[in-house]
Design a protein around this ligand. Structure first.
Ligand code: SF4
Ligand code: SF4
Length: 373
């Protein structure tokens, strides 16, 4: 693979922002958000990534408050996304574009994406005429670069690109754990974009935080190879070393996290050949451990009729399985699931049909109910 001279820039994902109430995703703490944005901008980075649906539809508003109303428009770039699968009809789906402009407080988007395509999620974008609609918005100058995000495999990605070669970029899930995964197919998806000359925005480079909380046997491999380097450095530099990547997104929520990630991507260098071998060893060690590949994206929870805290439950299972820490797994379960315990599940299957990681959620919930209740 071609080598890059410097790492791709860090992007700020506005989907895991600091909250005033941990149980209310809309209760974004704007004061803290402003602090995070300032650290990010001071480090010289400019790419912000939101979506109509993030944080109970409050993420774009937070972007306006913390960024747009505080910095000149030309000093940053904004990406946001249209989730057709949240709309009941074409009119409602199309109206999301103007709502996003108003919520963000801008009159154009630097990057605009159709949100989360693949298999059953793709048809509404066609049915509602959103490809043509976005082409019109681009011709009007309201979209500078048009693309889509996808969590599906390379075959689905090729289908979308064959039907819509007009896109300017693609947003993909890329990290060193999913690179060779048969389900996520990070490498294959990335190579499809590379072959077509399409720039890539990377999402989930640290796999929802999993790659900075590695179990000791895996973390020790990385720590021994480069003492003192944060675990995030391996994950972010892996994504940032890929040619054609225009931003590596991270959903950050503390000043320390923003400062650390910004320093890694500003001062770090692309991975050397020997470092890929270290990563391969860590990947193999991780694959040898049992675990649920949940990235904490929470798509599953939007449509759950019983309000099951699926992400927290998957987290508890991983603490139990991978760290072998039954006490902390139970504590996490007791404190964070509230009324949304695993036993509340009525097995309707809505969550499984939207999970980008294709997790057998229902059977994992049955296991969790047995273990923790
Ligand atoms: S299968 Fe269970 S957890 Fe999934 S959406 Fe239905 S009730 Fe919720
Ligand atoms: S179970 Fe799937 S959809 Fe739900 S949070 Fe985890 S990865 Fe996301």
């Amino acid at each position: 693979m071609e080598k890059v001279d410097k790492l791709a820039p860090l992007g700020f994902g506005f989907m895991r922002l600091p909250l005033r109430d941990a149980d209310d995703p809309t209760s974004i703490d704007i004061g803290k958000c402003c602090e995070l944005v300032d650290i990010f901008m001071d480090a010289g980075f400019t790419y912000f990534d939101s979506a109509r649906g993030y944080h109970g539809c409050k993420s774009e508003w937070a972007l306006r408050k913390a960024l747009v109303e505080r910095y000149p428009r030309e000093s940053f770039t904004i990406a946001t996304k249209l989730p057709a699968w949240l709309a009941k009809n074409a009119e409602e789906a199309r109206s999301m574009f103007d709502t996003s402009l108003a919520e963000c407080g801008v009159d154009y988007f630097d990057y605009y994406l159709l949100h989360n395509l693949g298999e059953s999620l793709t048809p509404p974008f066609e049915e509602y005429g959103l490809w043509e609609f976005c082409a019109e918005k681009k011709a009007e100058g309201k979209i500078k670069r048009f693309g889509f995000s996808i969590h599906d495999n390379a075959e689905e990605l090729e289908k979308v690109l064959d039907a819509h070669p007009e896109v300017d970029f693609v947003q993909l899930q890329v990290n060193y754990v999913d690179w060779e995964s048969d389900i996520i197919q990070s490498r294959k998806c990335y190579e499809v974009c590379l072959e077509r000359g399409l720039p890539v925005v990377v999402m989930e480079p640290v796999k929802g935080g999993t790659l900075v909380k590695l179990p000791d046997p895996v973390a020790d491999i990385l720590r021994t190879a480069e003492p003192g380097a944060p675990l995030a450095s391996w994950a972010l530099r892996f994504a940032g070393s890929l040619p054609g990547v225009i931003a590596v997104l991270s959903g950050m929520n503390t000043p320390e996290m923003v400062a650390e990630n910004a320093a890694i991507m500003r001062d770090g260098v692309p991975l050397a050949a020997g470092e890929y071998e270290v990563i391969e060893a860590a990947r193999e060690a991780l694959a040898a451990l049992p675990g649920v590949p949940c990235t904490d994206c929470r798509y599953c929870m939007k449509g759950c009729p019983e309000g099951v805290h699926i992400n927290t439950i998957m987290q508890s299972l991983n603490i139990y399985d991978q760290m072998g820490d039954a006490y902390r797994a139970q504590e996490n379960y007791n404190w964070n699931t509230g009324a949304g315990k695993a036993s509340a599940c009525i097995q309707c299957g809505a969550c499984e049909s939207v999970c980008p990681q294709h997790i057998a959620i229902v059977s994992e919930l049955e296991r969790a109910a047995e273990l923790f209740e």
